[in-house]
Design a protein around this ligand. Structure first.
Ligand code: FAD
Length: 399
């Protein structure tokens, strides 16, 4: 099999970039390799976990988002051989390419927390980082009778860095509504060291945390769950070293460690060293691979210091499409990505802080008002506006 342009992954990045390339290169032979029959609008999973939208609202068939004129290879990439312009499929065939776009998202390492796989979905252990489990999260939050509710975040990069706190804010609000908040402790145990990376939004979130009387524990990375005893074991990093801390829970919302997909990690397109080793190497500005000029990357898989969000992809997709077209034409790569990312921080039903920022963690607000304040209209933007934008404009390469 051979195609001029091969795109690995038909998620947010793959479909957005394919739509743009198809429009810019009408006769191009483009293929997307994507194993899933379903396409998900993952930002809805936070709202699914809070019982605000049904999980089905986040799901459409992959066929319905596949741009016309693109070959869909319903298969899984097993390996990339960038030295020979080839990808190997799970079924053993190879696909040759002239140009490659790598955008398979990231891998959720559920098995890196001992006991998590077995515990998930039972006895108060839940996670919004999965389509089915997001719904179970709401069942558990709704059924919570009081006690210790713990929300975790890992030390690794994750998609939507704000989601672990958003689900905590929404769950805490439910505990208040259900009358169980007074007999509960609500804690956030994070492998990270700060509440949020951008100061203006960190200050705003701190006020929310204070108002809700949330107990924050930094540098606590979840390592194991003893479901039979309802205990969570964290590795706490201090100046003196690492110590184990065991905490009892009644509800445990887990955000597991994440990494680049294994086939990316073991390929030569991955960063070979440094703190982001294993994530895909790209020039931070042009999103072209530093060694393989015919290879580009975007989305959660790339080893760049931006927030891994769909909002980032909205800015990355035009960069990759324009620069890939320039590369084909032998022209200079002029389109640049500045690290834009956005995190709509839902702090309750009808309340949202819209964080927008760049590589330098500078706030880059789109609206002429203080986005660090909780607002109803920004909540409605997340609830209705952004999904509309996603399905009707972004995936079609129009925004
Ligand atoms: P994905 O959209 O995950 O797509 C990757 C695709 O690659 C998938 O279809 C997969 O099947 C395919 N694939 C995987 N492995 C292979 C393989 N071996 N071969 C071929 N194909 C493969 N973003 C926001 O902007 N705002 C938010 O509020 C927000 N909230 C979020 C809340 C949650 C709970 C979650 C989970 C995510 C949230 N995000 C949010 C993040 C956003 O959904 C992701 O950043 C975005 O979907 C990443 O797009 P992607 O194309 O890189 O990966």
């Amino acid at each position: 099999m051979r195609h001029q342009i091969v795109i690995i992954g038909g998620g947010s990045g793959g479909i957005s970039v394919a739509s743009r390339l198809k429009r810019q290169l009408r006769n191009a032979d483009i293929a997307i390799i994507e194993p899933s029959e379903k396409h998900y609008y993952q930002p809805y999973w936070t709202l699914v976990g809070a019982g605000i939208v049904p999980k089905e609202a986040s799901e459409r068939s992959e066929a319905s988002v596949m741009p016309t004129g693109i070959t869909w290879i319903r298969n899984r990439v097993q390996d990339i051989d960038a030295d020979h312009n080839q990808v190997m499929l799970a079924t053993g065939e190879t696909v040759d390419y002239d140009y490659l776009v790598v955008t398979p998202g990231l891998q959720i390492d559920w098995d890196k927390v001992q006991g998590l796989k077995e515990a998930l979905g039972h006895d108060g252990v839940c996670s919004i980082y999965d389509y089915q489990q997001a719904e179970k999260t709401w069942e558990m939050v709704r059924a919570f009778k009081g006690g210790h509710a713990i929300f975790t975040a890992p030390a690794t990069p994750i998609k939507c860095g704000g989601a672990p706190q958003k689900i905590m804010f929404l769950a805490e609000e439910t505990f208040v509504t259900k009358g169980v908040r007074e007999r509960s402790q609500v804690s956030f145990y994070t492998g990270g060291g700060v509440i949020f990376g951008v100061k203006v939004y960190a200050d705003a979130l701190q006020k929310v945390a204070d108002r809700k009387k949330l107990d924050y524990r930094f540098k606590h990375d979840l390592k194991a769950i003893h479901a039979e005893r309802k205990e969570a074991v964290f590795c706490r990093t201090t100046d003196a070293g690492i110590e184990e801390v065991t905490v009892s829970y009644d509800l445990l919302h887990v955000v597991p460690p994440m990494s680049a997909p294994d086939f990316v990690k073991r390929s030569t397109v991955a960063l070979q060293d440094g703190p982001l080793k294993g994530w895909m190497a790209v020039d931070h500005s042009t999103l072209q691979h530093p060694t393989y000029a015919n290879v580009f990357g975007l989305g959660d898989v790339i080893g760049t210091p931006n927030a891994k969000t769909g909002a980032a992809i909205r800015k990355q997709a035009p960069t990759v499409a324009d620069n890939l077209v320039a590369q084909i034409k032998g022209a200079a790569l002029t389109h640049t990505y500045n690290g834009y990312g956005s995190c709509p921080l839902v702090t309750g039903r009808g309340k949202l802080i819209l964080a927008e920022f760049n590589y330098k963690n500078e706030a880059t607000p789109s609206f002429p008002f203080n986005q660090a304040k909780e607002r109803y209209d920004m909540y409605m933007l997340k609830r209705h506006g952004l999904p509309f934008l996603y399905w009707n404009l972004m995936l079609k390469g129009l925004a």
